[in-house]
Write a protein that binds this ligand. Structure first.
Ligand code: ADP
Ligand code: MG
Length: 695
């Protein structure tokens, strides 16, 4: 009774190839869409819905009406040179003739052909005395099938060449008859009721074959909730495991230790720094490993807080590893830490990938012996041959460049407390997801006495004026950064490159100043020398690529030019700009950009309006969508197919509360009522959550 045509019983793991209407070639197309099995197919959701009311005869169309028309395509045209390019179809239904146009409709050339029957829903507009439909929703109707409502209303699927949306609909529809049998419910009735969720099998049915809009909304809510809930459970379990299955050393901070550490800083800590430190001190006093994210804008004083934590560990006779994403940043940390530690007994060394052979061996043995208190470096510290005698704390700077993998790798090796710092302000949505297993401390306000930073978007025509202004700042003794999108130019594009422009700036624009080049492909020592000279003020203008993005701290540099600023993302622009505005003087950031791209314009605009990293990050997330900024995979989380962390924020919060509540009651999901949740979770996360260890 539940057999497909080819004699296979349809199960979630049945390959789609064995479904009616799918052969090897369609199966291959499906594979390209990420659909291998029936379970995948059920999660291949419509991107939109069409509900076709009774078609209106074309002869009866009136301007401004919302209508559906049904007719035959007489002809199609694509006007590539119009702005925007237009795809046009002329449709007749026996009563009259009507034009349908789609802006940017290049993709329709493959889908719509003369002779097809089309159903289109949209608003009637008047264009040059003719009625037309503009950008309507549409479906191609299969004349072989009866033209009943079923064939042209309902889901519209993301299609591929040779696999149209109606194709997909016809393949999925018979499968839906089996969902009652094989889609298992995850939750108890009371849980469903409490959270106003419909049953899971029903949700799959309605998402693909909804009778009305209300059912779509309910189905979506349920399926989105499930995605969030499973993701949050994964985070809750990760957190539970690290808190309860591992033990870290107690590192109490006494009054004496506290005042000894504070004496190291030539300034009073800010209120926000004090708050973050209080959180950390609290964490360190316990054997539960600290897993804290320290968030704060560039220059807000995170490094100082991290150093406080490091010295607390050292005071408790433990070692500390501080890791940065690049050698330049590691060196920067190392230098500033050494400065703070001058004339103290604390020992600190720098370990990077560039250090090899006998030198490396020697460093490793001092680390292993416990003689070295603080090791600063890049990820190289994580390499297996590095052994600590008594690692008590790990500080990871610029977490967004590491990802969870490294974090968990570290946890397996040792069980130190862990402090993650990030200068990319993380919007609350990401704090709930990508970093959802961490506790969070935020430094909102930067230390006092910082000069204002003024940002201007400069178009080509005004570039000369900006350069004159910069020369004037340089004459006043200030320093400047010039940042370029690439190191060397190529003839095929007009993107300016650091190496070429360095020559130009040196010889033509600022001949009376010392102009130097810095980029990632230069040898380490050379880079270091240039940085040192810039810090000492021996260089006036530093021409660079984004290698200066992180960590460089030269308060006298008060001018920055970002060339081709339209090519950089908001987060990156903000990071770059964080290199200036570090001293008391006013700073100036010039965004050199020439663009017609609306999104790029909106980014540049935002930069001139705001200096607030959090505001900028939220705006960025909105502009780009979470997909680009936040890859779930990269963070070891399952894909979100229907839920969206921005649009569905309320539901995300609900799912998070429920998930953390459930794990507090049944940490490893061993209760019978939670068996199906546990299975679903293992399918999503694989064994990375360690649920199998318990069974
Ligand atoms: P971040 O790591 O967040 O980018 P840093 O800790 O490197 O910030 O601090 C940036 C600059 O501000 C450094 O020059 C540092 O010496 C200075 N600074 C940090 N905290 C304070 C404070 N409480 N008062 C004055 N200056 C501070
Ligand atoms: Mg820093």
């Amino acid at each position: 009774m539940t057999q497909s045509q080819t004699g296979y019983r349809i199960e979630p793991d049945t390959p789609v190839q064995f479904l009616k209407g799918v052969g090897p070639s369609k199966a291959q197309i499906f594979a390209g869409l990420g659909v291998q099995t029936v379970a995948d197919l059920l999660e291949y959701y419509p991107r939109d819905y069409v509900f076709a009311p009774k078609p209106t005869p074309i002869a009866d169309l009136m301007p401004e009406q919302d209508v559906t028309i049904l007719g035959v395509i007489e002809s199609t045209d694509f006007y590539i040179h119009r702005r925007p390019p237009i795809f046009e179809a002329t449709v007749t239904d026996g009563t009259g003739r009507c034009r349908i146009v789609w802006f940017h409709g290049a993709f329709l050339q493959k889908q719509l052909k003369a002779g097809q029957i089309i159903l289109a829903t949209g608003k009637v507009t008047l264009y040059k005395h003719n009625l037309q439909l503009t950008n309507p929703k549409f479906a191609v109707v299969d004349p072989e099938k009866d033209i009943d409502e079923h064939h042209f209303s309902g889901g519209v699927y993301p299609a591929a060449a040779n696999l149209s949306s109606p194709n997909i609909k016809n393949i999925i529809r018979p499968v839906l008859e089996h969902t009652e049998r094989f889609v298992v419910e995850l939750y108890t009735d009371s849980f469903l009721k409490k959270n106003q969720l419909i049953d899971r099998a029903g949700a799959f049915h309605w998402i693909h074959d909804p009778p009305d809009e209300e059912k779509i909304a309910k189905a979506k809510r349920r399926l989105k909730f499930d995605e969030f809930f499973l993701m949050q459970l994964g985070l809750a379990i990760r957190r539970y495991r690290s808190r309860h299955f591992t033990i870290a050393p107690k590192l109490p901070v006494t009054k004496k230790i506290d005042s000894r550490i504070r004496k190291r800083f030539p300034f009073l800590l800010t209120e926000d720094q004090d708050k973050a430190i209080a959180d950390i001190v609290n964490d360190l006093a316990d054997t539960t490993p600290m897993n804290r994210l320290l968030q704060g804008d560039v220059g807000s004083g995170k490094t100082v807080v991290a150093l406080y934590a490091a010295l607390a560990a050292v005071a408790n006779k433990k070692q500390v590893a501080i890791m940065a994403p690049t050698e330049i940043l590691a060196a920067q940390h190392f230098q500033s830490i050494e400065r703070y530690l001058r004339d103290s007994d604390v020992t600190c060394l720098m370990l990077t990938g560039g250090i090899t052979g006998a030198k490396r061996k020697e460093l490793l043995s001092t680390i292993k012996s416990g003689d070295i208190n603080i090791v600063v470096g890049t990820v190289a510290i994580l390499q297996n041959d590095v052994e600590f005698k008594k690692l008590g704390l790990v500080v990871i700077d610029e977490q967004h460049k590491f990802g969870v993998e490294q974090r968990s790798k570290l946890r397996k090796q040792h069980v130190p407390h862990c402090l993650v710092m990030t200068a990319t302000p993380i919007p609350r949505t990401l704090a709930m997801t990508a970093f959802g297993d961490l506790d969070v401390s935020i430094i909102k306000h930067s230390p006092p006495g910082r000069g204002q930073t003024i940002t201007r978007w400069v178009e080509r025509a005004n570039q000369r004026k900006a350069e004159e202004f910069i020369a004037q700042r340089l004459r006043a003794g200030r320093q400047a950064y010039f940042v370029y999108p690439r190191i060397t130019g190529d003839d095929s594009s007009d993107i300016k490159a650091a190496t070429d422009e360095w020559q130009n700036l040196k010889t033509n624009i600022f001949p009376q100043f010392k102009v130097e080049l810095l980029h990632g492909q230069m040898p380490s020592e050379k880079k270091q020398r240039v940085m040192d000279d810039f810090r000492k003020g021996k260089i006036d203008v530093l021409v660079s690529t984004v290698v200066i993005e992180v960590g460089v701290d030269v308060p006298n540099a008060t001018v920055m030019v970002i060339e081709g600023a339209d090519r950089f993302g908001l987060a990156q622009l903000h990071q770059l700009r964080g290199r200036i505005g570090r001293g008391q003087a006013k700073s100036y950031c010039f965004l050199f950009a020439e663009t017609e791209n609306e999104i790029a314009k909106s980014r540049l605009d935002m930069m001139t309006r705001s200096n607030d990293g959090f505001e900028i990050a939220e705006h960025d997330l909105r502009l780009r969508g979470p997909g680009e900024l936040f890859s779930t995979r990269q963070h070891g989380l399952p894909d979100l197919k229907i839920a969206n962390i921005i649009d569905d924020y309320e539901l995300l919060m609900l799912a998070r509360r429920e998930a953390f509540e459930l794990i507090s009651q049944d940490p490893m999901l061993t209760k019978p009522a939670n068996l199906n949740i546990r299975k679903a979770l293992t399918e999503k996360f694989g064994e990375s959550l360690g649920l199998a260890d318990i069974a």
